[in-house]
Design a protein. Structure first.
Length: 389
């Protein structure tokens, strides 16, 4: 089948610049069409292949990948498999996407908010210590934007108190910490292949575990509690002789998203390299601006999902910057508003959150794509610089 190339020519000097722009080039479209033509569109051998290729990309040794239909589903399965449930507390950053909080509350456990540090925007170990109670069962670590959190210190606290750690690596596929890929060490690590993530499978995710005995329960959790069918589906077959052994969810990943994910994974080194280069260029261009605070990193080994800036003047000045950019066709985002102010979460126990409050008031997400035309990047740079000067 012939793939239709997009015919419209886009003028990068005038076209709107979105915050996110997933790469959906010919190899991605061909992979989807091939998978459709194969005719087995549910979870199947392509899902198993995506797990294998991820294990290889993440340099896993004696660690295991279970693909899911989203990172939210992966987080939910991870917390359940960690034994989190009613009566437990999970220490979480407020400064993260609510998917993590919802995964905690879906188990019946309660979210407890701890603060972040200004440098990594990840959990502050001292704040985590302050948040621990006799009911604490686990800690949720976010690697914000693709910058590794201080996970060694968090794991040390977890070991001291007998806690589980679930890492939300939705932003951090391709990030290394002390030379090791995020996912290649640690307790339960969750990735996202959602529509705008570094690689997309349209929707999708994965849990990585270092414990082989987690794999079967994770398979059951993601396949509505069914105990046997995964091995058959991985051969593009089904078995009708199965038992349902636990509460489970419909979190398994089909063949079409898996095929798209595989085609993207083959390109990830280029995606990550380009994003690092673009982020470095933005940091250089904005570092000297009075009133702008750039990310505190040179992005080495960071699989950057977003590029962000802090507007020192806070929310009102940030809104003005967003309008200034919007008038120039440049979209922006906010990762993240204060989760502890959301209706659903505002009664959750928390310790003092001064850094979270400060950063949530200042942070703005600028466009970052895996392939950005020089003209597009210059427009973003000019837009931001013209605002601050
Ligand atoms: C930090 C974080 N965690 C989890 C998720 C949820 O990922 P998914 O859409 O794959 O469920 C997101 C989505 O944007 C995210 O930003």
């Amino acid at each position: 089948m012939q793939i239709e190339e997009p015919t419209a020519t886009i003028d990068p000097s005038t076209a709107p610049i979105p915050v996110f722009q997933p790469y959906l080039g010919p190899e991605v479209q061909e992979a989807a069409v091939r998978a459709l033509q194969a005719g087995w569109i549910g979870m199947g051998s392509l899902t198993a292949r995506l797990e294998d290729e991820l294990a290889s990309y993440l340099e896993l040794s004696n660690r295991y990948v279970v693909a899911t239909s989203s990172c939210t589903g992966a987080l939910h399965c991870a917390f359940l498999q960690a034994g989190v449930g009613p009566g437990d507390e999970v220490i979480c950053p407020s400064f993260t996407y609510v998917a993590g909080h919802q995964a905690v509350t879906a188990t019946g456990a309660e979210v407890v908010f701890a603060d972040i540090d200004e440098s990594t925007c990840g959990l502050d170990p001292d704040s985590v210590r302050a948040a621990i109670s006799p009911r604490t069962k686990a800690i949720l670590v976010l690697h914000f934007a693709g910058i590794p959190a201080r996970s060694d210190e968090i794991y040390a606290i977890a070991a001291e108190h007998g806690l589980r750690v679930v890492e939300d690596a939705a932003h951090a596929l391709g990030t290394r910490s002390d030379g090791r890929p995020i996912g290649s060490f640690g307790d339960l690590i969750c990735f996202s292949f959602g529509p705008v993530k570094i690689i997309t499978s349209l929707e999708g995710g994965a849990v990585v575990t270092g414990d082989q005995s987690d794999v079967q329960p994770l398979h059951e959790l993601r396949l509505v509690g069914v105990n046997k069918d995964t091995a058959e589906r991985y051969k593009d077959q089904r078995t009708w002789e199965y038992d349902v052994v636990r509460q489970g969810f419909r979190y398994h990943l089909g063949s079409i998203p898996a095929a798209i994910g595989l085609s993207q994974l083959a390109l990830i080194d280029t995606f990550v390299e380009n994003r690092i280069e673009y982020c470095r260029g933005f940091n250089e261009a904005f570092r000297d601006l009075d009133g702008a605070i750039v990310p505190d990193t040179d992005f080495t080994d960071c699989g950057m999902f977003i590029y962000f800036l802090r507007v020192a003047g806070g929310d009102a000045q940030r809104t003005a910057l967003q309008k200034h950019l919007s008038d120039r066709g440049i979209a922006t985002g906010i990762h993240f508003p204060n989760a502890h102010h959301f209706t659903f979460l505002r009664d959750a126990r928390r310790v003092e959150l001064p850094v979270t409050e400060l950063i949530a008031d200042q942070i703005v997400t600028l466009p970052l794509h895996s392939f950005m035309d020089d003209v597009v990047r210059e427009r973003v740079i000019d837009g931001v610089r013209s605002f601050f000067s």
